[in-house]
Design a protein around this ligand. Structure first.
Ligand code: SF4
Length: 472
C-alpha cells in the first residue's frame, strides 16, 4: 500500500530561508513509523515541516497545504496518517479535508496524545472525514491495520484501534497501547526520507533514546507515564548516522528526561565521545537526574547545553503541580551544571491555576539567580492526556467540546484578555533571558496567539510593570 504520514506544522514566515530552516526538524517519530511500514512491504513517505520546506522550494515561508497539494497532484495514497498535537488540531483537520477532497479513496488515520484522549469526541465531530484513530503508540497497530484492511479482516483484532463500526457506533478495541517492543525496531535512518524529497543536506536534527518519563507532573500530557528505553546500540547507530554520515552540526536529545537510567545514557554518550566527528548536543533532563555518570560522557561527546523544567519559583505552586523540587535542589543542580561548563535552558510556566503575581515574581527572582542562557516560558495549557483535563471536566470548568474550537490554540480556564496577559508575562521571561538561542524550534505563546507587535509590546510592558510593583 502507498502511505503518507503527516506531522502538521503552523504556517510560518521568517525573514530568511535559513531562519525558517532553523525552526524545522525532521520528524523522528514519523520517519521511524515510515521505516517500520517499509519493512512490512509498504511504500511510505513523510510530510513534515522540513520536507515540506524542501518540496516547496526552500523559501522563507512554509505551509504544509502547499506541499500536500503537490503530493496529491502527483500520487494517490491508500492511507494517510496524521499526528495530532492539540494546538495544531486545526491544521491537522484541514490537511485531512484536503486529502479527502483530492484523494477520496484514501483512509484517514489520526494518532498522537490529542486523539488518544479525545477519540470519541473527534470521531463524532469528524464522521466521514476521520476513518480511524490509533490510541497510544502506532508502531505495531498501524502495520496491523494495513494488513487487516488489505485482507478485509476484522478490525476488532487490532489493539488500540478506534473507529465507527458498521452499526454506526463509536468504538475502541482496547485502551491506548503503551507496551511497544522497542527492541525489534531498527535504527532510524534518514536516507529514504531525504532521497524522497531530493535533499542531501541537514544541519539540525533530533532523536530520542527513551519514551516517556516516570515523574507525575499533573500538567504534562506524556502518554506513557513510565519510561521505556531504546536499545543503546540503536541510539548509538542513530547518533552516528546523524553526526558522521549526515554531518549535522546540532543534535537535540528530545527525550522527556535524559538520565532516567544513568547507565543507559552514560553508555550511549561514552560511545559518542569516540566518534570521529562531533556535533553540538543539547539535552532535556530533570533536576533530580543530573548524575555525573552520564553528564561527563555527554560533555565529552559534544554536550553543550541542558534544559531543565522548574516551572515556578514558588515551592508551594510546584507542589500543586506535583513537581516536587526543593529550592536547594534547584540551586545545587544549577551550580553543578555550571561547574561542569554547561549552558542552561530553563522551562517555566505562567498561569497555573491559582498562581498569583507574587509567585510569578518568585519565578523571576529565581531566574535572575540562575541566569540561564535561554528561558522557554509556556502559558498553562490543558492538554488531552494530562491529569488536569480530567479534573477540569469533573469540576465542569472544562468540556471535551472546548477542543472543537480549532482557533483556540491554548485551552485553559482563561479569558482572551487573561491569555494575552499570561503570554505577555511569558514573553517578558523569555526576552529577559535570551543571551543564546540553545533551542531554536520553540514557538512563543504570543506568536501562537497571533498577537501583533503592538499588542505583544503592550502585554510585555504590563507584565514588567506588574513584576516591578511586586518587587518594590
Ligand atoms: S514535565 Fe517533564 S518531568 Fe514532568 S512528567 Fe512531563 S516529562 Fe516528566
Amino acid at each position: 500500500m502507498k502511505i503518507l504520514l503527516i506531522q502538521p506544522d503552523y504556517p510560518r514566515r521568517e525573514s530568511t530561508p535559513r531562519e525558517l530552516e532553523n525552526r524545522l526538524l525532521p520528524s523522528y517519530s514519523l520517519i521511524l513509523l515510515a521505516q517500520i511500514l517499509k519493512q512490512t512491504g509498504h511504500e511510505a513517505m513523510v510530510l513534515d515541516g522540513f520536507s515540506n520546506w524542501v518540496l516547496t522550494g526552500k523559501g522563507s515561508e512554509n505551509d504544509l497545504s502547499l506541499g500536500l497539494g503537490r503530493l496529491l497532484h502527483q500520487e494517490k495514497f491508500d492511507l494517510v496518517g496524521i499526528s495530532v498535537y492539540s494546538p495544531l488540531r486545526k491544521e491537522a483537520l484541514n490537511l485531512a479535508r484536503m486529502v479527502k477532497e483530492q484523494c477520496p479513496g484514501a483512509k484517514i488515520v489520526l494518532g498522537g496524545p490529542h486523539p488518544t484522549r479525545l477519540w470519541q469526541n473527534m470521531l463524532k465531530a469528524n464522521t466521514g472525514l476521520v476513518d480511524f484513530i490509533l490510541l497510544g503508540g502506532a508502531d505495531e497497530s498501524l502495520p496491523a491495520l494495513l494488513e487487516t484492511v488489505a485482507r478485509r479482516g476484522s478490525l476488532q483484532e487490532i489493539p488500540g484501534l478506534a473507529w465507527v463500526n458498521d452499526q454506526g457506533e463509536i468504538t475502541a478495541n482496547s485502551r491506548p497501547v503503551i507496551n511497544v517492543n522497542l527492541s525489534k525496531q531498527s535504527p532510524v535512518r534518514l536516507d529514504h526520507y531525504l532521497s524522497a524529497i531530493g535533499e542531501k543536506e541537514l544541519h539540525r536534527a533530533y532523536l530520542v533514546t527513551t519514551r516517556g518519563c516516570r515523574f507525575p507532573c499533573n500538567f504534562c500530557s506524556q502518554l506513557w507515564k513510565k519510561a521505556v528505553f531504546h536499545p543503546k546500540e540503536r541510539a548509538i547507530l542513530e547518533a552516528r548516522h546523524f553526526i558522521e554520515e549526515l554531518e549535522v552540526s546540532e543534535l537535540v536529545f528530545y527525550d522527556d528526561c535524559l538520565g532516567l537510567d544513568p547507565r543507559h545514557s552514560a553508555d550511549i554518550f561514552s560511545a559518542m565521545a569516540g566518534f570521529k566527528r562531533k556535533a553540538r548536543l543539547v539535552g532535556i533532563s530533570h533536576i533530580q537526574l543530573l548524575n555525573p555518570l552520564w553528564l561527563d560522557p555527554f560533555k565529552a561527546a559534544g554536550g553543550e547545553a541542558i534544559f531543565l523544567g522548574i516551572e515556578s519559583g514558588n515551592l508551594k505552586l510546584r507542589r500543586k503541580m506535583n513537581k516536587h523540587l526543593e529550592d536547594k535542589e534547584i540551586c545545587s543542580a544549577v551550580e553543578r551544571l555550571r561547574r561542569m561548563g554547561f549552558k542552561l535552558g530553563i522551562y517555566t510556566m505562567v498561569g497555573y491555576p491559582s498562581e498569583e503575581i507574587e509567585q510569578l515574581s518568585s519565578t523571576y527572582r529565581l531566574l535572575l539567580k540562575i541566569a540561564p542562557e535561554q528561558v522557554i516560558a509556556t502559558v498553562y495549557d490543558i492538554k488531552p492526556g494530562d491529569m488536569m483535563i480530567e479534573w477540569g471536566i469533573k469540576s465542569l470548568m472544562l468540556s471535551e467540546n472546548d477542543y472543537q474550537n480549532p482557533d483556540r490554540r491554548i485551552v485553559n480556564y482563561m479569558s482572551e484578555a487573561e491569555l494575552e496577559e499570561a503570554a505577555g508575562m511569558a514573553d517578558f521571561f523569555e526576552s529577559s533571558f535570551n543571551s543564546r538561542k540553545l533551542l531554536k524550534d520553540h514557538d512563543p505563546a504570543w506568536w501562537l496567539l497571533g498577537m501583533d507587535p503592538a499588542r505583544r509590546e503592550q502585554a510585555r510592558e504590563k507584565a514588567e510593570r506588574a513584576l516591578a510593583k511586586c518587587q518594590n
